[in-house]
Ligand binder design. Structure first.
Ligand code: ZN
Length: 89
């Protein structure tokens, strides 16, 4: 006798930042219980491009960013850290 566990987690909508394809995703246990909403990287089922997903708990949907936007953000942060270091101790 086997019982298949049904995935009853709530699902939330999101949109691919490249092609506009709508998808639904659910939160992992980490995200639900520890409110870690950065969903990391996912790829679009439609155009297969990689993008970043961050859950927006207020809107109850996934906020998506293109890979380029994400890298730009990281570089920006890197520059800020370098500036702080150059400022001296
Ligand atoms: Zn897409």
């Amino acid at each position: 006798m086997t019982k298949t566990k049904k995935d009853t987690r709530p699902r939330y909508p999101g949109t691919c930042p490249y092609c506009g394809h709508r998808f639904v995703g659910c939160l992992s246990i980490l995200q639900q219980d520890f409110e870690m909403y950065d969903h990391g990287v996912s790829n679009c089922l439609h155009c297969k491009k990689l993008f970043r997903m961050i859950f927006d708990p207020n809107k109850k949907e996934f906020h998506t960013k293109t890979w380029e936007e994400f890298l730009e953000n990281v570089q920006q942060k890197g520059r800020e850290i370098l500036k702080l270091k150059e400022g001296g101790f």
